[in-house]
Design a protein. Structure first.
Length: 177
């Protein structure tokens, strides 16, 4: 009997990349004039995980989807912890996944999963057409976004303008009381 391991590699470039280590100055342009492969090799331990079953997303009555407006991995982890307390599965938009805030297996949209839940709660999702294809068959779409002009506003059944972290914390508190 053999075991198969799946390795996923996420690459993200931070717009605040410093010109030199320790520098707080943001370069306008990054140019690599000399690159010595042997000097640049770094060996790191790689932890391998087989992907968890994401069938819970396809079967879920309600899902929470994080978007770029969640702002960072720490916020995504907090939302994940809150969602677990409420037994709601969590997924991510393409920008959320491409920033490695969430596994690729949790991506919603034409590049990921197409779902049909009763309720989709979108946190910080702008509503790009490719993403919207993944949740358009939801019975109810609840979107939370700071941007009152976000495209998802016109595609949702309920739009809440505000900080998605504050709104979801309050929502999770109500469900776990």
């Amino acid at each position: 009997m053999s075991t198969t391991f799946c390795i996923q590699l996420y690459i993200s470039v931070d717009k605040c990349l410093s010109a030199e280590p320790g520098s707080t100055e943001i370069p306008g342009e990054l140019t690599i004039e000399h690159y010595n492969v042997e000097e640049s090799i770094r060996v790191k331990d790689v932890e391998m995980h087989c992907p968890e079953s994401d069938s819970e997303l396809e079967k879920a009555e309600c899902i929470v989807v994080c978007g770029r407006g969640v702002n960072n991995k720490a916020h995504t982890e907090e939302i994940t912890a809150l969602a677990e307390k409420t037994s709601i599965p969590i997924a991510g938009s393409r920008p959320c996944v491409m920033n490695a805030w969430m596994p690729m297996t949790r991506m919603i949209g034409v590049s990921g999963k197409i779902l049909h839940p009763r309720i989709s709660i979108l946190l910080g999702v702008s509503g790009a057409p490719a993403f919207y294809e993944g949740i358009k068959n939801s019975d109810y779409i609840i979107a939370v976004n700071n941007d009152s002009d976000a495209p998802i506003k016109n595609k949702s059944d309920l739009f809440i303008q505000g900080d998605c972290m504050d709104v979801f914390r309050s929502f999770a508190d109500l469900l776990t009381e």
